[in-house]
Design a protein around this ligand. Structure first.
Ligand code: OAD
Length: 239
């Protein structure tokens, strides 16, 4: 096998499932109980801001009840201990479990639950509590102008200028706990492959883009990711 330097990891809701956060699709998924266009689109927000704020207030409050699991911790350990090159962590998740597990750098391409954005002055602020109608923007001091800093359907994902070069220089690309339904993230495997990366999917079941991967590791992230990271660090250390 050629020398392995740069690793790119893409995570999705499946990596946080064992921490107790609902995934989006499938039985009990968040999108089973809601119409995506109502709670995850700019049009839905314009139609009924109270409904959308309530949906994300519940998600934000739920973060206070959960902790990182073994998969988040293993990824953080890989980032901290990998010395042969870089480990770029891209997540579609809006939770903060990667950070709390100790990941030194996380590219939140779909935004973050713990951030709010002002529709008036465009500033972004950290916010851990409910967004209420009387909450003022911490910069321009106007009330009722804050929205969750989440990328909704029809909006541009964040950080693509950091993500594209990482995919182009990856030797190994891993997608963990993501269903491969939402682009551009679902296309990252093909992009990384085009530039010569080996690709691995870690999931409890094959995703929608499973056939694009070289290797499949089927199992819960807490076990499968822990094993995968142990192998990588073992190989690095000559084990
Ligand atoms: P999904 O809910 O679409 O998919 C979750 C994936 O995790 C599925 O493929 C499951 O098989 C897998 N999974 C569940 N439990 C797992 C476990 N314990 N271990 C490993 N895998 C497990 O979530 P995402 O793919 O992250 O976007 O969804 C992508 C985007 O769609 C989200 O970021 C969100 C949503 O609409 C926005 O809100 C913009």
């Amino acid at each position: 096998m050629s020398k392995l330097s740069n690793i790119v990891i893409l995570t999705g809701a499946g990596v946080s499932a064992e921490s107790g956060l609902a995934t989006f699709r499938g039985a009990d998924g968040l999108w089973e109980g809601h119409r995506v266009e109502d709670v995850a689109s700019p049009e839905g927000f314009a139609r009924d801001p109270a409904l959308v704020q309530h949906f994300y207030n519940l998600r934000r409050a739920a973060l206070k009840t959960v902790v990182p699991n073994a998969a988040h911790k293993a990824i953080a350990e890989l980032q901290q201990r990998w010395s042969a090159g870089t480990v770029t962590l891209i997540t579609q998740n809006v939770d903060d479990l990667h950070e709390r597990a100790g990941s030194p750098s996380v590219l939140h391409m779909h935004g973050e639950l713990l951030k709010v954005r002002c529709l008036r002055c465009e500033t972004v602020h950290t916010w851990h509590n409910d967004i209420t109608p009387d909450l003022e923007c911490m910069s321009c001091k106007k009330a009722g102008v804050l929205r969750p800093d989440i990328v909704w359907f029809g909006e541009m994902p964040y950080l693509m200028d950091d993500i594209n070069p990482a995919l182009a220089t990856a030797d190994l690309f891993a997608a963990i706990g993501t269903s491969g339904n939402v682009y551009p993230a679902a296309g990252f495997v093909r992009e990384a492959r085009r530039f010569g990366a080996r690709t691995v999917e870690i999931n409890i079941e094959p995703s929608g883009v499973s056939s694009a991967f070289d290797e499949h590791r089927i199992g819960p992230a807490s076990l499968a990711v822990t094993d995968w990271v142990a192998e990588l660090l073992g190989d690095q250390n000559g084990g």
